[in-house]
Design a protein around this ligand. Structure first.
Ligand SMILES: *[C@@H]1O[C@H](CO)[C@@H](O)[C@H](O)[C@H]1NC(C)=O
Ligand SMILES: *[C@@H]1O[C@H](CO)[C@@H](O)[C@H](O)[C@H]1NC(C)=O
Ligand SMILES: *[C@@H]1O[C@H](CO)[C@@H](O)[C@H](O)[C@H]1NC(C)=O
Ligand SMILES: *[C@@H]1O[C@H](CO)[C@@H](O)[C@H](O)[C@H]1NC(C)=O
Ligand SMILES: *[C@@H]1O[C@H](CO)[C@@H](O)[C@H](O)[C@H]1NC(C)=O
Ligand SMILES: [Zn+2]
Length: 671
């Protein structure tokens, strides 16, 4: 029922000018439904449903003196054509009304003038509901006496049978086809244009393409792309496992159930995550984390251990294995949740805690395992394997001192250990593992191409070794392996650069003559050992020589001002731009001193490169590989994995059956 007391206006102008600055992404009108229009659901997947009615107090949309309609109502129409109120349809109690206000800038002019628009909001949220019957639904929000907002939702008809016992999902963060091509070139020898060996990914039988756009912007960050991949629901920049609402609390936004939560609930399966980033970073934390802000690191780690029940959500348990960096969120201090000791908190819940490679390798595969090897992100493959002296410069001891962590595992060692733990703990219910090569992205941001490509080759090495381990264990055939990315960067290679000639010339324009294109791009020299012998010195499929005279001429579409000489950064990770004036970044004068200047293409306050629009590849090998062929949205990766793992939960489910993956039945008494 609508408030009779409101001054009602029959219609109001819908503002469509706010393209890049949005009042609330997904909500172009004054009535918001979250999940919004055009969303898909897995049958039985839990989600929260929030309604917001906005009353802008001022600005171009000013309405109703800033008084939001507090008596809005909403209905849902089912595929059978039946219409009911939300509370009645989902058999839940009518939630309390919430009110708040927020402000935003309508465009750059308003921001420059500090002229923020104020919006008052009335809202309700229905928690932990689900749709079971496949088909099309319409949710209608009625407000301001005659205005309506509609959301069309689809519950996908997904088969319930489990087709693969296990899923291993490798994510090369920020990895594009261009980067894969460049990594293959430097890591694999070719003779007369024919490669003598290939990447492990190249041997996968199926390749697909996923589109990475966010729900409300076409360039994604790693939080909302991880949400799409893990939940089948698109989200907003910096948000994970939620649809972003307009309230200030980052933890109260409407949540959607993730693949890890579903896999535990439906199959009681084991799950784990491995990352070369901080384990609290977006890609690994989004498996169980739900927040409007990926920067809620401490709360997100607490959520992963203690379950999101504390945050009005489904009960869950922590990972069986969790390996990566991010020690500062675990030892007691300003970055851990409420200053707590999360090494101790995990240990209390039966976790073995490993803080270096030696103890990781010594850990039992039968017990839960937390492995945190350094503060922040792990030093990259190139520093761990080639320029090892640089490790001493990191002040990244996992216990919080300023010492350097030097006994570090890599992605391959972590992933193989995770597989052992999950095989043991998953026993007959199977497992889900996500393994992330995070620094492909992180090093591409700082335009440190060699470090990024080294970590891409490390990912490929991890994929190869994992498939070999599964084969050895006799479970390769029942495990679906996927290798993909969450988004790309505008990176490519256009030839080679004669670094000796480049260094000897004077002036930016003359130096650029060192770049050889087409016929002058020549042949890669990364395979030639410094002793002149052609070999791959740092193990299979890694370059023998990271500092050849003829290096790749490579670069970036979205960059700050920077200098290029195309040489490997032997002394440690690159800093391409420096804040020489407050808020204003210029080419770092100490980087590539003998190189030439490249003017930036980003706003002058950008210190690094940014993500780009490109679709990213999806490689698949396993019992459901055929599902991954073609071109599709990032959310489809979730539905394909859910189909593969039999996560759809129909109404005619038998929840008390004994679980066994081959029986196609499920349930562990979750009545
Ligand atoms: C602030 O924005 C309003 C509405 O867009 C506009 O009328 C007003 O001139 C702006 N004020 C300033 C100081 O820019
Ligand atoms: C809206 O009102 C607030 C204070 O009430 C003011 O600071 C702001 O500049 C106004 N914005 C616009 C766009 O008029
Ligand atoms: C989560 O809930 C448990 C049990 O109710 C409680 O002991 C713990 O302190 C809670 N954690 C947070 C972060 O609120
Ligand atoms: C590795 O960790 C173990 C126990 O956590 C410790 O005893 C050992 O000294 C560490 N080794 C190195 C090389 O730091
Ligand atoms: C870079 O931009 C500056 C102006 O901001 C210009 O003077 C200079 O010539 C440009 N340099 C190159 C290499 O394009
Ligand atoms: Zn990134």
């Amino acid at each position: 029922m609508l408030a009779k007391s409101l001054t009602l206006v029959a219609a109001y102008a819908v503002v469509v000018s706010a393209q890049t600055y949005q009042r609330l992404g997904t909500c172009p009108t004054l009535g918001c439904i979250l999940p919004p229009d055009q969303q898909d659901f897995l049958p039985g997947q839990f989600f929260d449903l929030r309604f917001e009615v906005h009353a802008p107090l001022n600005g171009s949309e000013a309405y109703n003196n800033g008084e939001p309609d507090e008596d809005f109502s909403a209905t849902i129409t089912t595929p059978a054509g039946e219409t009911k109120s939300i509370a009645e349809f989902f058999s839940v109690e009518e939630p309390e009304l919430e009110t708040w206000d927020f402000s935003w800038y309508e465009d750059l002019f308003a921001e420059d003038a500090g002229n923020a628009t104020v919006v008052n909001v009335a809202s309700k949220i229905y928690r932990k509901i689900a749709l079971y019957t496949p088909g099309d639904y319409t949710v209608t929000l009625a407000y301001y006496d005659g205005s309506t907002t509609e959301a069309s939702w689809t519950v996908r008809p997904i088969a319930k049978e489990k087709k693969a016992k296990n899923v291993i999902f490798f994510i090369g963060d920020g990895m594009t086809t261009n980067m894969i091509t460049a990594a293959r070139l430097i890591g694999h020898k070719s003779v007369n244009g024919r490669y003598q060996s290939l990447l492990a990914m190249d041997d996968f039988p199926i390749v697909g393409h996923q589109m990475t756009h966010s729900i409300d912007s076409f360039i994604t960050d790693s939080a909302n792309s991880a949400s799409a991949l893990y939940t089948g629901h698109k989200s907003s920049v910096n948000a994970l496992g939620v649809y972003a609402d307009s309230s200030e609390d980052t933890l109260d936004d409407p949540k959607v159930e993730t693949i890890a939560e579903l896999f535990m609930r439906i199959w009681d399966g084991a799950w784990g995550a491995v990352s070369t980033a901080s384990i609290a970073d977006a890609t690994p934390i989004a498996l169980l984390g739900h927040s409007r802000s990926r920067y809620d690191y401490g709360a997100l780690v607490d959520m992963t251990l203690n379950g999101v029940a504390n945050y009005s959500w489904v009960a869950s348990r922590g990972p069986d294995v969790w390996l990566g960096g991010g020690a500062e969120v675990f030892y007691p201090g300003e970055d851990s949740f409420n200053g707590g000791d999360y090494y101790a908190a995990f240990a209390e819940q039966g976790y073995q805690v490993a803080l270096n490679k030696t103890s990781l390798e010594a850990a039992s595969s039968d017990d839960k395992l937390l492995g945190i090897f350094c503060q922040s992100h792990l030093p990259v493959w190139l520093d761990r394997n080639v320029f090892r002296e640089n490790l001493k410069d990191f002040e990244n001891d996992p216990l919080g001192s300023e010492d350097a962590a030097v006994d570090l595992p890599g992605l391959k060692e972590m992933t193989l250990k995770a597989v052992d733990v999950l095989v043991s703990r998953g026993s007959e219910n199977g497992f889900f593992l996500m393994s992330e090569a995070a620094s492909i992205d992180k090093q591409m941001h700082t335009m440190d191409y060699d470090r990024a490509l080294g970590d891409l080759l490390e990912l490929d090495d991890a994929v190869r070794a994992t498939a070999a381990r599964l084969e050895e264990l006799g479970i390769l055939g029942e495990t679906q392996i996927i290798v993909s990315a969450d988004h790309g960067h505008g990176f490519d290679v256009w030839g080679s650069a004669d670094t000796k000639y480049l260094s000897s010339r004077h002036g930016d324009r003359e130096k650029r003559r060192a770049v050889g294109t087409y016929a002058s791009s020549g042949l890669g020299m990364y395979a030639e050992g410094t002793d002149g012998i052609s070999s791959y010195g740092t193990g299979a499929n890694f370059p023998a020589n990271w500092d050849p005279r003829y290096a790749l001429a490579q670069g970036f579409g979205a960059a700050p001002d920077h200098r290029e000489n195309y040489k490997v950064h032997k002394d440690g990770p690159r800093t391409p731009a420096e804040e020489l004036v407050e808020g204003d970044y210029y080419a770092n004068p100490e980087d590539a001193v003998d190189g030439f200047l490249v003017n930036g293409t980003l706003p002058a306050d950008a210190s690094t490169g940014v993500h780009s629009l490109t679709d990213v590849p999806v490689y698949a090998m396993g019992p459901c590989q055929h599902l991954f062929q073609g071109t599709y949205m990032n959310i489809d990766v979730f539905y394909k994995m859910a189909e593969c793992l039999g996560l759809a939960w129909g109404e005619e489910r038998d929840v008390c059956d004994k679980r066994h993956w081959k029986s196609g039945k499920r349930g562990n008494g979750r009545h």
